[in-house]
Ligand binder design. Structure first.
Ligand code: DQA
Length: 140
């Protein structure tokens, strides 16, 4: 199975960004652990701070991969373009957030991804990504 994790703005700062909310681990360290734990899954990752690059990556992988695990970060709450890309592609997209966005500011309660997501996992720290991965394995 071929999956990609697509991360949006500021998620390159994991490990040194608001550690009380996002934890101490860098995404690369976490990603390496995940790859080792699920050797049968062909797991790729992509991060960008640029909205259009995220849309390009969703288009590029969304007709080829078995699934996309998407944390669009702040763009979740603003981007009609990313929402449309999620709607356009054939690969199922699982929306992920590290924090429980519903326990935070009200502007984080809105998501342009959710209406077209296969499902949503949030609030479990970096484990949210692993739970999303498991949802693809369970689907099989
Ligand atoms: C986030 C939640 C967003 O509201 C925020 O802008 C992020 C990260 C999360 O994973 O909890 O950058 O997507």
């Amino acid at each position: 199975m071929k999956l990609i994790i697509i991360n949006g703005p500021n998620l390159n700062l994991l490990g040194k960004r608001e550690n009380d909310i996002y934890g101490d681990e860098t995404f690369n360290d976490f990603f390496e652990r995940l790859q080792k734990k699920y050797p049968k899954v062909k797991l790729a990752q992509f991060q960008s701070n640029i909205e259009g690059e995220l849309i390009d990556k969703i288009q590029e992988t969304g007709y080829e991969y078995d699934g996309i695990i998407l944390n669009a970060a702040a763009y979740t709450h603003t981007s009609v373009g990313i929402g449309d890309a999620v709607k356009a592609v054939t690969a199922p997209v699982v929306e992920v957030h590290i924090s429980n966005t519903f326990s935070r500011e009200t502007f984080r309660h809105v998501s342009y991804i959710s209406p077209n997501a296969r499902g949503i996992i949030l609030g479990f720290g970096l484990q949210s990504y692993e739970l999303a991965l498991q949802s693809f394995i369970m689907d099989r």
